[in-house]
Design a protein. Structure first.
Length: 74
């Protein structure tokens, strides 16, 4: 799946309100243009995406079914 397909999926599933999907889109776009970046630029952008993911914290608590599509016993 390329970034355009992922963006269409996010739009069609109302994923714009789901920050973890937007981070996946950022990661996919970075991957697609990695050949245009220096290793330092790539590492900086990847670190920024990683920090965004870490800032989400335990966003999935209470919405496990929606987020992962499975039923996890607590």
């Amino acid at each position: 799946m390329n970034s355009e397909e992922l963006a269409r999926y996010i739009e069609s599933t109302d994923g714009i309100s789901k920050p973890w999907l937007l981070l996946q889109l950022r990661l996919k776009k970075l991957q697609e243009r990695s050949h245009l970046l220096t290793p330092e630029e790539y590492a900086k952008e990847l670190a920024d995406i990683h920090q965004g993911l870490m800032n989400l914290g335990e966003w999935w608590r209470g919405i496990e079914d929606e987020a992962f599509g499975v039923d996890y016993p607590l």
